[in-house]
Design a protein around this ligand. Structure first.
Ligand code: MSP
Length: 507
């Protein structure tokens, strides 16, 4: 039986159409999911949308539509965006799905019945026009940080979750699972800033707005949005109603999230799971932010385009490649259209595209597109063949560490090496020499075989391009198991060379 791998993205707020930042997480998760599928795992890749809460309620009001109408439109657009980015999710969960709503109500009730959720009083500073609660430190000089008007001290009835009860067990889990939170720096931040000072019980219901999941046994309350949202990772698997998928896929192997929401995933979520008596996720990875020209991606600044504009202009794999290659995983990175263009030109057009095109064109010119490997080898072949032969293991190591950009760089390095190999072996000169035909065939075979192996290894990252290359090679050996040097068939008729990437002119 195949080993399973359950990977998730955060479920995004559909308050506005998604931008390149949301694409960033989703593309990385997609690359990891595709890589795991390639290497033989039974993968369950989930993404979705987090649709409740006051903010969405307000946005819908401004737009003069119901919250559900408001989010429906954005979700339709999001699904179209994921399609145009070749996102291979297995399940898309919406927190407005009936199944999710009912299951969250059952989770809330279960926690209440067993005493982990209790009724209390929430005290906070309240801004009436904004309908928002603030803490002492948020409200500057007793004024609402959003609108600047005065806030008043109010108290309202609310339900609380006994977070404090699980503090010890949480720290124990961290200690026993050193890879639970990555990068490590984020774990220290959690311990120092939030856990060691002492966890307070968490307010898990609201009565001040209504766009949320009603607490079914006390319907003037709606479930606090983070309890609703985090539950998505198990309600989608049927919890608490059906354990078939839970048995198959839970615990999650990787929750991939942006660094600003690591806190919710490594504190609230594990404590909820401990209370529910189910195993904790294996890993939460907090990645950095993608910035635009050094700053925040912001709707109000209007500093970004619809990601489909980049896809339409440069191709889906240019965008995927940029997101995966440019940013060292875990750190912040920058997005700029110029850098996207220059990355596409240097890596995809010059290194990869050129190599494939030159090689297949020469195979056509000298051998009518038919492969053979007479193995007239020279010392110079060894370095290339060795680097290709080690590539599978190196990429695997990098991917298991989630160093996606480095995995890609390793493949690029082999491709650059191959271009150099052409310059060194000078096939055009061999073609002119009597008696060098077999050497020429060997050189081309080595190149074509390198291209095959690299194309397979690139398939999680740039799936369309990988397919196009394998189609040009016309090979049947495209599986992960075939990644041993020498598996490209002989007497294979290659398909005609086609340009993969045109160089983009910089305006
Ligand atoms: N709904 C919550 C998550 C609930 S998960 C149980 C939420 N939604 S969000 O729409 O604000 O999306 C946040 C996530 O989007 C981030 O954690 C990150 O994965 C992604 N990103 C949004 N902007 C981003 C950047 N500028 N850069 C990188 N990732 C970004 O929080």
């Amino acid at each position: 039986m195949k080993e399973k791998f359950y990977i998730t993205t955060p479920i995004y707020y559909p308050s506005a159409n998604f931008h390149i930042g949301h694409c960033y997480t989703t593309i990385i998760a997609d690359a990891i999911a595709r890589y795991k599928r390639l290497t033989g795992y039974d993968v369950y890749y989930q993404t979705g949308t987090d649709e409740h809460g006051e903010k969405i309620e307000k946005k819908a009001k401004e737009a003069g539509v119901t919250p559900k109408e408001y989010v429906d439109k954005i979700i339709e657009d999001a699904k179209d965006l994921w399609k145009s980015l070749n996102i291979s999710y297995d399940y898309f969960i919406r927190t407005t799905d009936e199944d999710h709503v009912r299951r969250v109500q059952k989770i809330f009730k279960k926690l209440y019945d067993q005493g982990d959720i209790y009724k209390g009083t929430y005290e906070g500073l309240y801004c009436v026009p904004c309908e928002s609660f603030w803490t002492e430190s948020q409200a500057i000089d007793g004024k609402c940080p959003d609108c600047g008007r005065g806030v008043k001290l109010v108290s309202e009835e609310a339900y609380f979750f006994k977070l404090s009860k699980y503090q010890k067990d949480l720290v124990k889990y961290y200690d026993e699972h050193p890879d639970f939170i990555l990068p490590l720096s984020r774990k220290n931040e959690m311990l120092n800033n939030f856990i060691n000072p002492g966890l307070e019980d968490l307010c898990v219901s609201r009565t001040s707005f209504s766009w949320g999941i009603p607490v079914d046994f006390d319907p003037k309350h709606v479930v606090y949005v983070w309890v609703d949202a985090l539950s998505n990772y198990i309600t989608s698997l049927g919890f608490p109603e059906d354990d078939t998928l839970m048995k198959k896929y839970w615990p999650a192997d990787l929750h991939l999230v942006g660094k600003e929401i690591v806190r919710f995933h490594v504190i609230i979520w594990p404590c909820m799971l401990m209370a529910l008596g189910i195993p904790l996720p294996k890993q939460v990875f907090g990645h950095g932010w993608l910035k635009i020209d050094g700053g925040k991606i912001s709707k109000s600044l209007g500093n970004y385009k619809d990601p489909r504009e980049y896809i339409n202009a440069y191709g889906v794999d240019a965008v995927r490649y940029y997101a995966l290659r440019e940013v060292p995983f875990g750190s912040d990175g920058n997005f700029s259209e110029e850098a996207l263009v220059s990355r596409t030109n240097s890596d995809l057009a010059n290194t990869l595209g050129n190599l494939v095109n030159r090689t297949i064109s020469m195979a056509y010119k000298y051998f009518d597109g038919i492969t053979s490997n007479p193995k007239v080898t020279e010392e110079i072949d060894e370095e290339l063949i060795n680097s290709v032969s080690n590539l599978k293991e190196i990429v695997d190591e990098k991917m298991n560490e989630l160093h996606v950009n480095e995995a890609i760089e390793e493949i690029m390095e082999v491709l650059r090496r191959s271009n150099k190999y052409i310059d060194e072996t000078t096939p055009w000169a061999l073609a002119k020499e009597e008696g060098k035909k077999e050497r020429l065939a060997t050189v081309l075979y080595n190149l074509l075989e390198t291209i095959r192996i690299c194309a397979i290894l690139l398939s999680p990252f740039i799936p369309d391009t990988s397919n196009k290359i394998l189609e040009q090679l016309n090979t049947k050996n495209t599986s992960y198991e075939s990644l041993t040097f020498g598996n490209l068939e002989e007497n294979l008729k290659l398909n005609e060379p086609k340009i993969l990437f045109n160089r983009i002119e910089i305006k």
